[in-house]
Design a protein around this ligand. Structure first.
Ligand code: GDP
Ligand code: MN
Length: 377
């Protein structure tokens, strides 16, 4: 998932002809001021934190300025923020528009319907999760036919737009649809879509690009700066690996089991921090690579929770034993294991010969991992 900051999302929108406020990104208070002084950004203006979290408006990360000095000071204040755990490194400065209505519009994929859908609400400007479901309209789009006049007219009706505004909406929808398809987007969200005079303007932009299509878009490659160095290596090896705060390393297979394992450890008072999803593999080398990666993250204990299916228990056990042979003594960590399913007896035996006991009960094994994570170093 490649999530673009608002200003990058707007660059994408602009490429497809979506109407936008005039604006520019800045990385310091001085740069913000000079953008205003040079007229690149007209006054009055809006200064917005460029973070990936939403709710900036309510959270004080969107401010208004009437003078270059105010723009500078607002930029300074916002650049100093830690917004929902994200350090603000960039601000977007834009002309402040006089808006008469705030609408909501997004294009995304409905996984249940297996179709692209257009989501609309006349209650824009607030997070869509907070809008009553009766105020939200979902229109599915035929993937081959694409967006047609039918959806355009229906959208205008839902948003209460007629005449020139309905025409503007149709044009905007066509631009967004083209962007959605050509950029391989997973989500294009405009919230608010503002009515300004007799036109429509995208005041905010949330763009998420589908990861599996990343190879078609080298232009987004540089944006992946939110990964840790180990996560980057894991990605190159096609291993799902995430590093968070916490001292228990989790190795499981399948996203569902991995998440459930994190939940159980958390509930028992543990702090799962690093998790690695082996997925479906039957290659002991890949398992070894995954374990070596985990050892570099220096967890206090590793909880191995495997349900053998495509990934057979003995494959995992072999990969693990091989990895432990390669990890230097100083970097070894205790392992609490629970391997069940396909070739369980064989896998358990391989582990036992390496001195690791597989505990069949989820609760008992998770508890053992939590206990080990609390022991003095
Ligand atoms: P979010 O809260 O993180 O989604 O940030 P938004 O970009 O959606 O901005 C939040 C709110 O700021 C919007 O819903 C608008 O009410 C307000 N806002 C942003 N730009 C302008 C503008 O140009 N003019 C006016 N009047 N309000 C704006
Ligand atoms: Mn918004």
């Amino acid at each position: 998932m490649v999530k673009l900051a608002e200003w990058r999302g707007k660059e994408v929108f602009g490429k497809y002809g979506v109407p936008l406020p005039r604006g520019h990104v800045a990385r310091s208070a001085e740069e913000a001021e000079s953008l205003v002084r040079s007229g690149t950004v007209p006054l009055p203006c809006v200064i917005k934190a460029q973070v990936l979290a939403g709710g900036r408006g309510k959270g004080g990360a969107v401010r208004f300025a009437d003078t270059p000095e105010e723009a500078r000071e607002s930029a300074r204040a916002i650049l100093g923020l830690d917004f929902k755990g994200e350090k603000v490194r960039e601000v977007l400065l834009e002309e402040k528009l006089s808006i008469s209505r705030e609408l909501y519009l997004s294009l995304t994929l409905d996984r249940a319907l297996r179709l692209p859908i257009l989501i609309l609400s006349s209650q824009g400007g607030v997070e869509i999760e907070a809008v009553d479901d009766s105020q939200i309209e979902r229109i599915s789009i035929h993937p081959f036919a694409g967006l047609t006049g039918y959806e355009e007219r229906r959208a205008a009706e839902v948003l209460g737009l007629s005449g020139t505004l309905a025409k503007a909406l149709a044009q905007l929808l066509r631009s967004l649809w083209r962007a959605f398809v050509d950029e391989d987007a997973e989500l294009l969200e405009v919230n608010p879509l503002a009515v300004v005079g007799d036109g429509l303007v995208a005041l905010d932009a949330k763009v998420i690009i589908e990861d599996d299509a990343a190879f078609r878009h080298p232009e987004y490659a540089e944006i992946r700066d939110d990964r840790t160095p180990l996560e980057e290596i894991a990605r190159e090896k096609d291993i799902a690996f995430v590093q968070l705060d916490g001292n228990i390393g989790v190795i499981a297979n399948g996203a569902g089991l991995t998440m459930a394992t994190l939940d159980v450890l958390q509930e028992l008072g543990g702090r799962p921090g690093i998790f690695l999803d082996l997925g479906g593999t039957d290659d002991p080398k890949k398992v070894t690579e995954a374990f070596l990666l985990m050892s570099q993250a220096t967890p206090k204990v590793v909880f191995l929770n495997i349900f053998g299916g495509v990934t057979r228990c003995d494959t995992v056990a072999r990969g693990l034993v091989e990895a432990m042979r390669q990890v230097p003594e100083s970097q070894r960590f205790p392992i609490v294991a629970r391997i069940r399913g396909n070739n369980e007896a064989e896998g358990t035996e391989i582990l036992r010969s390496a001195g690791i006991t597989s505990v069949p009960s989820l609760k008992d094994s998770a508890q053992a991992a939590v206990d080990r994570s609390r022991e003095a170093p």
